[in-house]
Design a protein around this ligand. Sequence first.
Ligand code: MOS
Length: 745
Amino acid sequence: MTTHAKTPVDPAPSVPVGGAVGRPVDRRDGHAKVTGAARFSAEHHYPDLTYATMVHATIARGTITAIDTAAAVAVPGVVAVLTHLNAPRIRPVRKGNIVRDLGPSVSGTEVNYLNTDQVFWDGQPIAVVVAQTSVAANEAAPLVTVTYREQQARVDFAAEQHNATPAKGDLTFAGTKKKGDAEAALATAQVSVDLRYTTPGLQHNTIEPHATIAVWSGDHLTVHDTTQSTDASHKYLAWRFGVPAAQVRVRAEFVGGAFGGKFAVWPGTVIAAMAAKAVGRPVRLALSRKAVSRAAGGRTASTNRIALGATRDGRLTALIQDSITHVGSVGGLLEATSSPARHLYGAKNMLTRQNLVEMDLLPNTWLRAPGEAIGSFVLESAMDELAYELAMDPIDLRMRNEPATDPTSGKKFSQRMLREAFEAGAERFGWADRNPSPRSMRDGEWLVGMGAATAYHPVLRLVADVKVRLSNDGTALVQCGFHEMGMAAATVQAQIAADALGIAYEKVRVEYGDSDLPPGPMAGNSNQTATVATSVLAACAELTRKVTALARKTGTTGQEPAATLRAAHTPFLEASVGSTSRLGSLRSQGRFLATFLKDQRWSKAARGAQFCEVRVNADTGELRISRWLGMFDVGHIINPKTAASQLRGSIVMGIGMAMSEQTLVDPRNGRTMSAGLDSYYLPVHADIPPIDVAWLNEPDKSMPLGIIGLGEVGMTGVAAAIANAVYHATGRRIRDLPISLDKTL
Ligand code: MOS
């Protein structure tokens, strides 16, 4: 029997039966997290545990010709130093795992760590020290000396851009999309802008850095890993290590933030499992922040041309967005930078193209609102610039171009209340008080500006297997291998299950974060809540049918479900959606396809209106954000407290992107210079104003309970709203993020 993560029961005042959905109940994982009771991946105890530290390559491209580990081995407490010369051989990465045009692969890169002498980026792990203590491992790792045969490397994004080629793929988020003749329409437009925007690379900087504990017992592997994809990760590890998937268990009960950075299996996880196999003892590999920056991908930098043409009364006739982003030579992901441009405004002629350039850098990966975070900065800044060209209110310009159907696909919107979001937001924020002239509002030495932008993130639903058990003591247990990364994932599913079963919220327990449970979806692309809810609702409906049938038999119709079970001397009843059997997994794939095709009938998205007020010091250029409002169109809200928290957290991330965050790569050698919080500037409390978030709470009729994923939409439009407000305050248009002091002066 295995044990799974259990949510403690909420100590909050009792929630009325049938009324859990829509209530602001506390996060179930909250208490454990703030009191230190939660155990994160690196915090599990095993007798005999060893500690590992990786050694990173210091060239961007080449071959290891010699590697000297003698000094490291001699450090007291060192158990082993593994390199490509002595590490266990494991199955190479399947090349097919890298699907750049569709999304990041489970294998973050194609590199066979410690099984190859080839180096593909500065920072690639090339050895690992295993020791009795982390102190010994950290002392020994820098003593490994490596000799390389270096090759010419492509590490300067600015210099490589001429090598970019259009990304392939014909899915809505990839490649090139054309409608009419946008260049011709732009050339003849009454009013137009043709602009260039850039964004830097970004890093996730989750509270909990990447960490793994790997434990082999015979040919069974248990991995505590901070991951947002236990199911994909356990299958991947099973394949790499050549054991059946049932013999690999990936556990991630608590995840201290992920934001897309913990979807792929990055080198630390594979190397920990490899090291544990080599030394025959459990291995803990907890990456330092510097190591995370060198060995786990972040967001690509981008360069974008955007051109908008319009009639004098503000109707878009041309929309062109041409973006360049980079991937690694051994993996990476196409950032869907055109995503907002393809779905937001009804331009007659459109051309959106995403170009990729391959570089000898750590492959990029998902980072919150991949594509949309960049694309919404570009599009929403340009819309503001066009509004000024037209001498029109920037919100009016947006509303004048509200499309009746999706501008690219022509599909109907399942839900679209952007107009209502802007109307309600403008009212609440006091947009009418804004004098539209740049540099017209002042408060002493502070120039005051107000900016707005549209938020946009598409809806994705994957597939989840769920098992629900109702016991005759009145409690229920929901099991699904989904992920709790701090967004109240388990809390909202307990709310949903309680109402679906007609029992008290406090009676529902949820188990998650474990590949031994019925497989859940990866937590990413804001899919998880709606995906799991789809299956929880189906399983609860099946269970309710079973209870009703039993009630009829026992003559207990109308009584609470547990009374029926007791009357029938039945300890519990269960219902499942999907299963882990081969047939069940085929069935799950079928369900995924059916849902996917159903969802494809609509253009579905989360949207919102971002409003901000900034103050820029007229003498020093210091930028302060003084007010924020996000008014969202994100479907039916299951838990107002945790939804507000998600939206607010995303806005904070957007503020970081706008004001200070950037991955700095040395253009001479490809080394990340901003590895660690001393050189990568995250916003701190003093940077964040009170953030007002609100929503329309209109259910999306095409989704279970009207749910629209809202994890990522909050980040979109944020950087543009700030840049637009800075322009309004100062008359200075900043087209290159971050908006640092040197640019506002
Ligand atoms: Mo999502 S890219 O996992 O925040």
